[in-house]
Ligand binder design. Sequence first.
Ligand SMILES: O=P(O)(O)OC[C@H]1O[C@](O)(CO)[C@@H](O)[C@@H]1O
Length: 339
Amino acid sequence: MITRNEIFEQPRKHGILSRRYRSLSRPLVDFIEKNGPACVDFVGCGTSYFLAMGCAKQLERLSKGRIKSSYYSGSEIMLGLAAPSKGDLLIGLSRSGTSTETLLALEKARRDGVKTAALTCHPGSVMIEMADLPVVMDFIEESAIVMTKSFTSMAFFVSALARELFTPGSLDDYLSNIPVSSRAVLDGSLNFLETLAIADFDHFVFLGYDEYFAASMEGIIKVTEMSLTEADCYQTLEYRHGPKSKVRKSTLAVVSANERSLGEELAMAGEIEKLGGRPVIISCGKVEGFANIVTRYGGKDFGDWFLRAVPLQLLGLERAIAKNLDPDRPRNLTKVVQL
Ligand SMILES: O=P(O)(O)OC[C@H]1O[C@](O)(CO)[C@@H](O)[C@@H]1O
């Protein structure tokens, strides 16, 4: 099963990226340091759109106000509904480097005087040719239709870039920490899944804030495309404001908690449990009283945000298998959407 293998090899791929990161990031770092763009924005489609969301939040967080960062879907720029400003840097995110909307968004931005960069896993793609600053991670050759390791690896690259630009003293620790955290999350997720009769759950709820919200939104794509299972995503406390009416015995709620709001997020998880649902908490450190997947990431800066998608990838995979669906052949989908 291709998708399964690609989910499982993430810690190893993150180790390779860790070692190759500095040579990959050089041109981008040099450009940003020399030109000092006021905004560094991201654009992508589907999974790469939620990647853009998390990357923008992470870059802005680490910059502590020094730059602004927005995220766009390829279509909103293509359709003229949104536009980065002249003098901004727009980074196109695309595993394939060939999604039409992302390419047209970059082309339009370039015409408007915006500098463009491209982050992709596919060498020789159109996006590489057209961007001012291409970054190719050809060692993340992803074969599956469903994006897993390409999502976490491109996110890892941008999160490391944020540190190199704004907290350079923390980069080495970060590069060595992520492959270890990646392994911890994968193992922790598998242990949790062993305790779960996944066939009993036909409703997934993913909750979190900021970068963890972006990872939760990516979770929706994963369980939808692989397992055709009902899935919802909200900011954690927003779940009280209506959506909790859907909670039932077959609801599995994954709360991707952060340090600052941990107490309130655990209270939400407790409420879901009282309503009959089954909560599980993803957190940096151990929490008591709930099923718990621990990332063992030391920082409080959401630097593990993309690893929060790994348990959700596995949920989609396992639920698909339980439903006799083939995760390698998601319904109605192709690897790239070309218009
Ligand atoms: O990152 P790319 O290659 O632009 O592709 C994104 C596409 O991949 C998918 O994740 C899977 O087909 C879709 O969400 C999206 O259309």
